[in-house]
Design a protein. Structure first.
Length: 135
């Protein structure tokens, strides 16, 4: 997971350093988003220890949302610009990142917080995030 978070930080920095006036800005952005999508897929495939089993579904959801974000960003920027697809991509991207934040909180032993996050304690110190929605 540390490698995943390090990769996200690297890609976020790269995306934020794209010169929006560059002729290659779209290509760079889509390339970084493709890399991010792959990082999410790899992360979702990691075996999750039993003590964190509640975040397994959230990891898969995060990867699915990132896949949708990547697809809609490509649709928005490949060819003629499509504002509706860009908006959808942004929403999926935000959902993927919100799930990653919840996962990080759980892995740090924190009680997950955020809009739409519901936590059910099963035993002291254990959290179940199954059924949690993070929009």
């Amino acid at each position: 997971m540390t490698e995943f978070y390090d990769e996200l930080a690297r890609l976020d920095g790269a995306i934020n350093n794209i010169d929006p006036d560059s002729e290659t800005a779209k290509i760079e952005l889509l390339g970084y988003l493709d890399e991010m999508n792959q990082a999410y897929k790899t992360m979702a495939a990691i075996a999750i220890p039993d003590e964190f089993s509640g975040i397994a579904d959230i990891a898969r959801e995060a990867a699915e949302y990132m896949q949708m974000a990547d697809e809609f960003y490509h649709s928005a920027y490949d060819g003629d610009f499509n504002a509706e697809d860009e908006s959808l991509a942004s929403q999926y991207y935000e959902r993927a990142n919100n799930r990653v934040k919840v996962m990080l909180q759980v892995l740090h032993g924190e009680v997950p917080t955020g809009d739409g996050v519901t936590v059910t304690t099963q035993e002291p110190g254990q959290f179940s995030t199954i059924g949690a929605t993070t929009e």
